[in-house]
Ligand binder design. Structure first.
Ligand SMILES: *[C@@H]1O[C@H](CO)[C@@H](O)[C@H](O)[C@H]1NC(C)=O
Ligand SMILES: *[C@@H]1O[C@H](CO)[C@@H](O)[C@H](O)[C@H]1NC(C)=O
Ligand SMILES: *[C@@H]1O[C@H](CO)[C@@H](O)[C@H](O)[C@H]1NC(C)=O
Ligand SMILES: *[C@@H]1O[C@H](CO)[C@@H](O)[C@H](O)[C@H]1NC(C)=O
Ligand SMILES: *[C@@H]1O[C@H](CO)[C@@H](O)[C@H](O)[C@H]1NC(C)=O
Ligand SMILES: *[C@@H]1O[C@H](CO)[C@@H](O)[C@H](O)[C@H]1NC(C)=O
Ligand SMILES: *[C@@H]1O[C@H](CO)[C@@H](O)[C@H](O)[C@H]1NC(C)=O
Length: 239
């Protein structure tokens, strides 16, 4: 009896210590459907177990979808919720599931840009046809290995030095350009023709936002938790 109790105690303890660990769903971006060659594009690292709103908006891409991610053994389950369901409490409207380490089409975390022709990575694929290699980890990715990236991280509170507070982190390859087709009817694309993401010589994150080829606006977007009350951090990283 005593041994059985000890066994149960150890089992419960082990189960709790495993399930209490924060896990992250990571999407390492590629511009081909085989996830071959260099990782390039817009990647994400998302803490599972939270209702997450508007992932793309931090990077200047319209987005009002809501998401809830969970992990079951070696798979992630991803529930997509309508814009009005901001606490992810209703029925999900789409569901995705990926196995660790596979190459998959990236779910539309960045925005509901449904048409192939409304926005694309310059020299790459449409925003709704991006591919990622998916990984489960117990530490988030802040940027891609061996490259320069802009990192946009959203936290649950204003302590950005504590990884446990992270909701999600987006990382964008340096000098990536998104081109919007102004013929499309989506709100972003009628006002912006392109956004390019650049890390400057001070290692600050910049966005060059163009209305058309001759009218661009360069803005410095780097920020840290101390400077504002937005629970976010933006910087350039050379991993
Ligand atoms: C990957 O790189 C190799 C060598 O440069 C090239 O032959 C191949 O087509 C590339 N794959 C893709 C999917 O771009
Ligand atoms: C969710 O789906 C169930 C079963 O289809 C339905 O009965 C219920 O009304 C739905 N709830 C909402 C909030 O749409
Ligand atoms: C996912 O796959 C990677 C690469 O194959 C591996 O290193 C990692 O341990 C796997 N993660 C889990 C949670 O099994
Ligand atoms: C979008 O592009 C994909 C891949 O290039 C293609 O399979 C699909 O048919 C296209 N969809 C439309 C609506 O053109
Ligand atoms: C932020 O989190 C770190 C790491 O857990 C902790 O050491 C630090 O005291 C926290 N700062 C504030 C202001 O709460
Ligand atoms: C936008 O529409 C115009 C007029 O219909 C057409 O000439 C042009 O090729 C279209 N541009 C793109 C990028 O689809
Ligand atoms: C580009 O946008 C600016 C500001 O909106 C406008 O004044 C200019 O005429 C536009 N140029 C072209 C070629 O459309």
């Amino acid at each position: 009896m005593k041994i059985l109790l000890i066994f149960i105690y150890i089992t419960v303890y082990l189960f709790n210590s495993i399930s209490c660990q924060q896990l992250y769903a990571n999407f390492l971006p590629y511009q081909n459907s085989q996830c071959e060659n260099e990782s390039f594009g817009i990647g994400m690292s998302i803490a599972v177990g939270n209702c997450i709103n508007g992932i793309g908006s931090m990077a200047g891409i319209e987005n009002d979808l809501n998401w809830y991610l969970f992990i079951n053994a070696l798979r992630v389950g991803i529930k997509e919720f309508d814009p009005i369901d901001q606490d992810c409490s209703g029925n999900f409207t789409n569901f995705y599931s990926f196995k660790n380490s596979t190459c998959t089409i990236t779910p539309p975390f960045l925005g509901y840009i449904a048409s192939n022709y409304s926005a694309a990575v310059k020299g790459g694929l449409p925003l709704n046809q991006q591919y990622s290699r998916f990984f489960i980890t117990n530490q988030p990715y802040y940027g891609l290995p061996n490259s320069i990236t802009q990192v946009y991280s959203k936290y649950k509170n204003n302590n950005c030095s504590n990884t446990k507070n992270l909701l999600y982190s987006i990382f964008i390859s340096d000098s990536l350009e998104i081109q919007f087709n102004q013929n499309s009817t989506s709100p972003t694309t009628t006002t912006i023709s392109s956004i390019s993401y650049q890390c400057d010589s001070n290692n600050d994150a910049n966005q060059d936002i163009c209305k058309n080829q001759s009218s661009c606006n360069n803005i410095l977007v780097s920020t840290n938790c101390k400077e504002n009350n937005l629970k976010e951090e933006i910087y350039c990283k050379n991993n």
